[in-house]
Write a protein that binds this ligand. Structure first.
Ligand code: NAP
Length: 499
């Protein structure tokens, strides 16, 4: 297929086909617009490499326009001065509109990101709607405290949580719509105005979400969505003096660069970054569940999950059993295009990502690792990588130290369970850990020693908008979800009145 030529998708719903046929435009100040420079990026289906759409390449001037609109909307109180229940109603209505177009959004997400359609239809899209509803409820619940003044005299003291201002939201490509609402939701519930820069590989559902916000009654300028390249549009947003806060989800490397970019006006910064999360199986675990859970923890979404269980620690007594069980699950995966309902494992998001993952596997082999299963690309089109298990690894190897962000697990046998905390913590990251054991005291004792922000015991992948999520160490700054999620978008004002 020639660059720029649009692919046909006989398997998709007619509404998705109509959605793909309509132009994808940025949302700035309530208007759907092309980039000032007129350039576009090709968006590809990772299952085939075909171009499915084009989106505008927002540049610095486009970002200036978006920031000016968000600034104006914030300073005029177009959003923060609306009654809280009216703001909640608009977010709730956005969730309803999303549900009404759920099939279209699911198919767009699958075409854009590659994930199996069942994951998009029963996971990402309903999750995004529930996230919007959760934050809709918060609009009427943001409130302060009345601390006592510990000083002679009579005073009334109040704390007022106020919106931090104009919030720049930068998101990755692994859960495109979910990541968008995980940021828009609390920002808008707190009373901020937003500018969203989605990942360039997966901008489609973010742009269609903009339509839903406007249809739900969002005042112009409150939500702005600018597509483009991270190093230009993303950097312009992070650097902008008119932006008060950046909420970023992505790699640790780019996250660190935003610290410098935020310096100019000391903008607030939340960082949800990478991980190299361990799965730990105790000898007393329900092995059947642990094996299935460990496989799910690394192979779901083709391993493109920040909290993926990419390091596996198993007692030597059970190592072969676990590896054989996980290899059987890996080999049973139906690898194929996400739109095929039989597919259980889709492609990774791009050719760049495919090469990156395969490069890691090669580096592991070169350093002495053994490939138990997988290890290769699959098929002659699209960006497929086989689910892969590597053994004979050691902590010095890149595959053990670095985030691969693909369906690749490195497995290590453990002789002494006392070593587990040190092994689990032996990484620059601290995002998640999964523990499998039937002895809950063991689980809690270990959990207390872990330097990680999220711990699953005898389960994996459970999340929710009410659950604070984020990392220790180089996995980030701050938490998303629950009350901590709203605090990330507020400033506290303390008001002291002498009576
Ligand atoms: P990435 O390369 O860091 O990109 C993330 C976002 O930042 C994209 O929108 C990207 O735009 C933009 N960006 C790139 N360079 C930028 C710059 N200089 N200034 C401002 N923005 C810039 O990450 P990714 O490869 O898309 O996503 C995978 C990473 O995300 C993994 O490390 C994963 O662990 C992490 N992640 C973390 C969480 C969490 O909650 N902790 C959740 C999901 C993913 P372009 O797309 O245009 O480059």
């Amino acid at each position: 297929m020639m660059m720029g030529e649009r692919a046909m998708h006989p398997a998709i719903d007619s509404r998705t086909a109509a959605s793909l046929a309509r132009p994808f435009r940025m949302l700035i100040d309530g208007q759907f617009v092309d980039a000032l420079g007129g350039e576009t990026i090709d968006v590809r289906n990772p299952a085939t490499g075909e171009v499915i759409a084009t989106v505008p390449v927002g540049g610095k001037e486009d970002m200036d326009r978006a920031v000016a609109a968000a600034r104006r909307a914030f300073d005029q109180g177009s959003w923060s001065s609306l009654r809280p229940d009216e703001r909640g109603r608009i977010l709730w209505r956005t969730a309803e509109l999303l549900e009404a177009r759920a099939d279209e959004f699911a198919e767009l997400e699958t075409l854009d990101n590659g994930k199996p359609i069942a994951s998009a239809r029963h996971g990402d899209i309903p999750y995004a709607a529930s996230v919007l509803r959760y934050w809709a409820g918060w609009c009427t619940k943001v409130g302060g405290t009345t601390p006592l003044a510990d000083t002679p005299g009579e005073y009334m003291v109040q704390t007022w949580p106020e919106p931090v201002g104009v919030a720049g939201l930068i998101t990755p490509w692994n859960y495109p719509l979910a990541m968008a609402v995980v940021k828009h939701g609390p920002a808008l519930a707190a009373g901020c105005t937003t500018i969203h820069k989605p990942a360039e590989q997966t901008p489609l559902t973010a742009l269609r979400l903009g339509e839903l916000f406007m249809e739900a009654g969002m005042p112009p300028g409150v939500v702005n969505i600018v597509t483009g390249h991270g190093r230009v549009a993303g950097a312009a947003l992070a650097d902008h003096e008119g932006v008060d806060k950046i909420s970023f989800t992505g790699s640790t490397e780019v996250g660190k660069s935003l610290i410098g970019a935020s310096r100019g006006n000391l903008k607030r910064l939340s960082l949800e970054l990478g991980g190299k999360s361990p799965t730990i199986i105790f000898p007393d675990a329900d092995m059947e569940k642990a094996i299935a859970g460990a496989a799910f923890g690394i192979f779901r979404n083709s391993g493109q999950v920040c909290a993926a269980g990419s390091r596996l620690y198993v007692p030597r007594s059970h190592f072969d059993q676990v590896i054989e069980g996980m290899a059987a699950i890996a080999q049973a995966h139906r690898i194929g295009p996400g739109l095929d309902p039989a597919t259980t494992l889709g492609p990774v998001v791009s050719d760049v990502q495919q090469h990156r993952v395969l490069g890691y596997i090669e580096s592991g082999i070169a350093e002495g690792a053994t490939v138990v299963t997988g290890g290769r690309a699959r098929g002659d089109q699209g960006y497929f990588v086989e689910p892969t298990i590597l053994t004979d690894v050691n902590p010095r190897m890149r595959v053990v130290r670095e985030e691969i962000f693909g369906p690749v697990v490195v497995a290590t046998p453990v002789d002494d369970v006392e070593e587990l905390a040190a092994l689990a913590n032996g990484t620059i990251y601290g995002l998640a850990t999964t523990i499998w054991t039937q002895n809950i005291s063991n689980a809690y004792r270990l959990a207390k020693r872990l330097r990680a922000g999220y711990v699953w015991v005898n389960c994996n992948g459970i999340a929710g908008p009410n659950l604070p999520f984020g990392g220790f160490k180089q996995s980030g700054w701050g938490r998303e979800g629950g009350p901590e999620g709203i605090h990330a978008f507020t400033e506290t004002k303390t008001v002291i009145t002498a009576l």
